[in-house]
Design a protein around this ligand. Structure first.
Ligand code: PRP
Length: 206
């Protein structure tokens, strides 16, 4: 599998504050949005450009513009929306898919309760966002669904991943590159990432 740890000092510094249990809901939400800006910058750095014709107030010119169709950001609810907000700050014209999923606390199997995606996913880069990759059951199911709807060019962006989740994910979707800020020690018996940051949805929304 293709896994990139985004080790920019600002990302790492902000992540440390987010992990701290003393950080407030307001602080956590703001930091996630800020980290999303930095991660969005990294995950889009290889997008192809093409020269388009424009006219400045001074002269006509050919100037670089991102090639191809608008990006799609796919957010796995709820916590994905924290990353989504920051991504949309940088790419305001992106299309958005919402995928409602929660983990059954006993089985850790994902339960889907909502799915709404733009109609044309073919020929678009789809960036799936969720802060946590624990068992990877949620992310693999979400991506399965996006592939059924025609997506072929997919990237997955998270804040924290467990080694177990990375293994499961890259086996299920070897074609989907993963970007994360950190790979933590392990999952505990309840499927939480350790040391992690707790439940991202709860820390952001209560
Ligand atoms: C969390 C997290 C991921 C999922 C990760 O969501 O935001 O979506 O669990 O776990 P997995 O890799 O084992 O599937 P949760 O089910 O707590 O829902 P919430 O974001 O709505 O709180």
């Amino acid at each position: 599998g293709n896994v990139t740890v985004l080790d920019h000092p600002l990302i790492q510094h902000k992540l440390t504050i987010m992990r701290n249990k003393e950080t407030s809901i307001a602080g956590f939400r703001r930091l996630l949005r800020e980290i999303a800006h930095l991660m969005c910058y990294e995950v889009t750095r290889d997008l192809e450009l093409e020269l388009i014709d424009i006219e400045t107030p001074m002269a006509p010119m050919k100037s670089p513009s991102i090639k191809g169709k608008k990006l799609v950001f796919a957010s796995i609810l709820r916590a994905g929306n924290g990353l989504l907000d920051g991504m949309l700050d940088l790419v305001p014209a992106a299309r958005v898919a919402h995928i409602g999923m929660y983990r059954d606390h006993e089985t850790l199997e994902p339960v889907e309760y909502y799915f709404k995606a733009p109609s044309s996913l073919e020929d678009r880069l789809v960036i799936v966002v969720d802060p946590m990759l624990a068992t990877a059951n949620s992310a693999t199911a979400a991506i399965e669904k996006l592939k059924e709807r025609g997506a072929t060019d997919i990237r997955f962006l998270c804040l924290l991943a467990a080694p177990e989740g990375i293994k499961h994910f890259t086996e299920a979707h070897p074609d989907v590159p993963v970007f994360t800020a950190a790979i933590d020690s392990h999952l505990n018996e309840k499927g939480y990432i350790v040391p992690g940051l707790g439940d991202a949805g709860d820390r952001m929304y209560g």
